[in-house]
Design a protein around this ligand. Structure first.
Ligand code: PLP
Length: 420
């Protein structure tokens, strides 16, 4: 029972350094967040020791009486949170949830219709090296490059032409809301299942700030660690008619023993997500992203070739288009890293540069909103980002030092995990 620092100083040092990094920099990767201490406590609990193959009340192992309680609470809370008839809280990750969902709805070789990866879709929506692209016949829809919005006319045309088994609505990099009613209409027209992957915007849905896909889709998947702010993991929600198929697709289809410690942590995060404090935080998240979009568009950053795709955002992220800038995505990411802001480079639709370089950035506000950032703070963040991106090359050490000091002042104003 030695503490980590004694038993394994090398790992303890790496984790201490990671805590320090999270505390001292501004985390703006759109898919990241800071889980509450109580969530991490549940995730670091003795439930990690327990085998519990099966579902609450129907396990293949003894001694499951307590993890049954925690898993049933997680199921009940998430059903209530999203108004779902059915929930499975066992998927180890978003990708695992998607794999289980897709194989419950379709057979290998069937046609699926998803948003192109290069236009904001996710790997599991049909990328050629992913299970979805290898085992299914993939047809991709796109965004209209003039407006940056999903081209619903193309979606309908492709659906009628290819008659997919499943239509996938969801994204990893898209700053606007999807029209779920229209997706449903098109799916019904071609007798396809509608699967919505709300991994990114689930927190906004829980807070009532985004249309709820559960009302429209046959199956909805999500991660629990992005806007939802819980432990890393996945969930599946659905109409009751799909319950049996989905349960057996998760276990024994793709997984063995569920991660009961993570499931306990998911339950805690669903409780948090039902609170007023969470709603207020999600409002600041969207407001922060809208401030970023507005400041980057209004300031002279625009003259330096920094544009915001679709002209703004309805969600927790913005997509910066650097095609007219002297910086590529990699250089812009590196510059922001230098001043203490963490973002990820991201392809823009029809990107002229390769995927490892790109011509864009994806910038998100969930983690900073969790940290307590206000509209005023987000305005200062936006100005630091604009000044960093518009500074002429080479990026001088004097510029970087002044901007870094402004980042540090913001980080100090909102301490993260004090006492850890
Ligand atoms: N679905 C979407 C839309 C995502 O953006 C992501 C992650 O980025 C996933 C699924 C996969 O989640 P995970 O990384 O937990 O497998």
């Amino acid at each position: 029972n030695q503490p980590l620092h004694e038993l394994d100083p090398a790992i303890a040092a790496a984790l201490d350094a990671e805590l320090e990094r999270q505390q001292s920099t501004l985390e703006m990767i759109a898919s990241e967040n800071f889980a509450p201490v109580a969530v991490m406590e549940a995730q670091g609990s003795v439930a990690t020791n327990k085998y519990a193959e099966g579902y609450p009340g129907r396990r293949y192992y003894g001694g499951c009486e307590h993890v049954d309680v925690a898993e049933q609470i997680a199921i009940d809370r998430v059903k209530e949170l999203f108004g779902a008839e059915y929930a499975n809280v066992q998927p180890h990750s978003g990708a695992s949830a998607n794999q289980a969902a897709l194989f419950a709805l379709a057979q290998p070789g069937d046609t699926i219709l998803g948003l192109d990866l290069a236009h904001g879709g996710h790997l599991t929506h049909g990328m050629r090296l992913n299970f979805s692209g290898k085992q299914f016949n993939v047809v991709a829809y796109h965004v209209d490059t003039a407006t940056g919005l999903v081209d619903m006319a193309e979606l309908e045309r492709l659906a009628k032409e290819h008659r997919p088994k499943v239509i996938i609505a969801g994204w990893s990099a898209y700053p606007r809301r999807l029209d779920f009613a229209e997706f449903r209409r098109i799916a019904d027209e071609v007798e396809a299942y509608l699967w919505v992957d709300m991994a990114h915007f689930a927190g906004l849905v829980a807070a009532g700030l985004h249309p709820n896909p559960v009302e429209y889709a046959d199956v909805v998947t999500s991660t629990t660690h992005k806007t939802l702010g819980g432990p890393r993991g996945g969930i599946i929600l659905a109409k009751q008619a799909f319950a049996k198929k989905l349960n057996s697709s998760v276990f024994p289809g793709f997984q063995g023993g569920p991660l009961e410690h993570v499931i306990a942590a998911k339950a805690v995060s669903f409780k948090v997500a039902a609170s007023e404090e969470f709603k207020e935080r999600q409002r600041r998240t969207v407001e922060g992203a809208q401030i970023l979009a507005a400041r980057l568009t209004a300031t002279d950053a625009r003259e330096a070739g920094v544009n915001v795709l679709s002209g703004g955002t309805d969600v927790h992220l913005i997509l910066v288009d650097l095609r007219a800038s002297e910086l590529d995505g990699q250089q812009a990411e590196d510059r922001l890293h230098e001043v203490g802001i963490t973002v990820n480079r991201n392809a823009v639709p029809n990107d002229p540069r390769p995927p490892m370089v790109t011509s864009g950035l994806r910038i998100g506000t969930p983690a900073l909103a969790t940290r307590g950032f206000t509209a005023e703070d987000f305005t200062e963040v936006a100005d630091v980002i604009a000044e960093t991106l518009k500074a002429p090359s080479p990026f001088g050490t004097a510029d970087a030092a002044a901007l870094k000091a402004r980042v540090k002042a913001l980080a100090d104003k909102h301490p993260l995990y004090p006492g850890l």
